[in-house]
Design a protein around this ligand. Structure first.
Ligand code: 5AD
Ligand code: SF4
Length: 493
């Protein structure tokens, strides 16, 4: 195979805050020119041959990445691409990658390996990799060395430039690499192709300043930057106008929202919740992720007072042991965490909880795992994401000498998982006979006659005796058959 020449563009300059804000509109307009040009090209092809170019986008990782992919897809569709049925048939394949754990990284390399033979047969296929993994120089080097059939690599800070970058891959036999090592400015005006119109993700901030010692995110997503409250409210208003009923406010640590705003627009996360709650036509507000060190009483009071804010709190604790939390740089103790939960339970009746738990952090002992299990038993989470610690190059924890052997990690993981699953099953069983408000999202994948949606507590509820006109509406469902991971019920007429 002919090797490609590599064009490497690594940006190092920072633009001043004021300039960043003024530049945003121009930047979007500039990209729209590329979108139009590619659209014209694709329409020309369609008119000549009846063939429409297609894309296939695979997203790894968190809701932030999901949302970024929605924006990439929106740009692609504006350029005249249609969704392919499978990756192998697509003219353009995108991997929006995640760097948080090794597994997701290995999967990307595996998939890229698979695409090599397909691209040999179909050399016009374009392969794009973007997202958090690309912010790590050793990953870019690896791809440049071993996966030279990739056409375009870009990072998390310059997503809005995708049309221009894509255009630069046309008729060129080179890998284009455009990864910025600075915190991306907040570029407003990008539209996203949201998966559910009924529910939408809304970024309220980007990046993270916390540097938990295991976590790669501050290195891949950069420092914390908050969007202006006016921009957030405008976006939600326009979503609601288009039929959205529920928004999830997204950030790595939403509780520190507002810290980077100019004085004349500075508001806290609690105030933002109260402002969003005033939007007419919006039915539900969710948010994630919260950091226990930053969640203020005001946030709990806002949750209590705002009728649209759902009774659901995702509050990752990672580990129950205070000494391990210190080593993780989490800035709270086991007792601090439990006090927040106690306060939240007191102020908000029927509040549902979820969390992130990490097993196998360096130095973890069996007693530390007992502390983790103790928190699970005391809080009684409705759901929990349990992760096995994964060594991330460049993070302080990767250099710690007391790494836990894999077999011990797996045994402890199973122990915790058993407790977590037992408790979520018990919590679901409590819903038997109760009537819940459900936002209907669509027909169940398994059975067209069954509708599915979410309760305010974020439970998946499947129910019979409804009809498709209810999609997008709030209905009351009586729970008749609670399962471990969902609730089944009947529509209350
Ligand atoms: N290994 C395993 N899990 C991790 N997380 C973050 N970094 C790592 C890592 N190195 C988990 C944390 C975080 C969630 C999003 O991912 O639990 O809350
Ligand atoms: Fe990672 Fe910690 Fe920031 Fe969450 S708060 S993104 S775990 S560094």
């Amino acid at each position: 195979m002919k090797y490609k020449k590599i064009v490497l563009l690594v940006r190092r300059s920072k633009v001043s805050k004021r300039k960043q804000i003024d530049l945003s509109i121009d930047k979007i307009e500039e990209q729209e020119k590329y979108i139009e040009a590619i659209h014209r090209m694709n329409e020309g092809l369609f008119n000549r041959t009846g063939y429409r170019k297609s894309y296939f986008c695979t997203t790894f990782g968190c809701q932030m990445n999901e949302h970024d992919s929605e924006m990439l897809i929106n740009m692609l569709e504006a350029m005249g691409y249609v969704q392919a049925l499978s990756e192998d048939q697509a003219d353009l394949v995108i991997y929006n990658t995640c760097a948080v754990r090794e597994n997701a990284e290995l999967k990307v390399y595996g998939n890229l390996g698979h695409l090599k033979s397909i691209k040999k047969k179909r050399p016009d296929m374009k392969i794009v990799v973007c997202g958090c993994m690309m912010q790590q120089p050793h990953v870019v080097e690896e791809i440049k060395k071993k996966y030279r059939h990739v056409d375009l690599i870009f990072g998390t800070h310059n997503l809005y430039k995708f049309p221009e970058l894509l255009e630069s891959t046309f008729n060129r036999d080179k890998i284009i690499v455009d990864v910025w090592d600075v915190d991306g400015e907040v570029v407003e005006g990008l539209k996203s192709n949201r998966k559910f119109e009924i529910k939408a993700f809304v970024n309220i901030m980007y990046g993270c300043n916390n540097f938990c010692t295991y976590c790669i995110v501050p290195y891949t997503r950069g420092r914390e930057r908050s969007r202006k409250p006016g921009d957030i409210i405008d976006e939600i208003r326009s979503l609601v106008k288009d039929g959205t009923k529920e928004v999830t406010l997204l950030g790595q640590n939403v509780n520190s929202y507002g810290k980077t705003l100019e004085d004349d627009q500075k508001i806290s996360f609690a105030q933002l919740l109260r402002e969003v709650n005033k939007i007419d036509g919006l039915e539900r507000i969710r948010f994630m992720t919260s950091h226990p060190k930053d969640i203020s009483d005001d946030v709990i009071y806002a949750m209590r007072d705002c009728d649209k804010v759902c009774e659901f709190l995702h509050l990752p604790f990672q580990a129950g042991s205070t000494s391990l939390l210190k080593k993780m740089n989490r800035h709270y103790t086991k007792e601090d965490y439990l006090k927040i939960i106690e306060k939240a339970k007191r102020e908000i009746p029927n509040l549902a909880f979820s969390t992130d738990i990490m097993i196998g952090f360096p130095g973890e002992t069996d007693q530390d795992v007992d502390d983790t299990i103790d928190i699970c038993e005391q809080v009684r989470y409705d759901s929990a994401f349990t992760f096995i610690y994964s060594k991330r190059r460049g993070t302080p924890a990767a250099k710690m000498l007391d790494q836990v052997p894999d077999d011990v990690k797996h045994q402890r993981f199973e122990r915790v998982l058993e407790v977590v699953n037992r408790i979520s099953g018990e919590k679901n069983a409590n819903y038997l006979g109760k009537t819940l408000e459900v936002l209907v999202e669509g027909a169940s994948k398994k059975n067209e006659a069954v509708l599915t949606g979410k309760s305010r507590h974020n439970k998946t509820v499947n129910f019979t005796s409804g009809d498709k006109s209810m999609i997008g509406k709030l209905v009351q469902v009586k729970i008749t058959d609670p399962k471990s991971f969902s609730l089944n019920g009947e529509l209350v007429k």
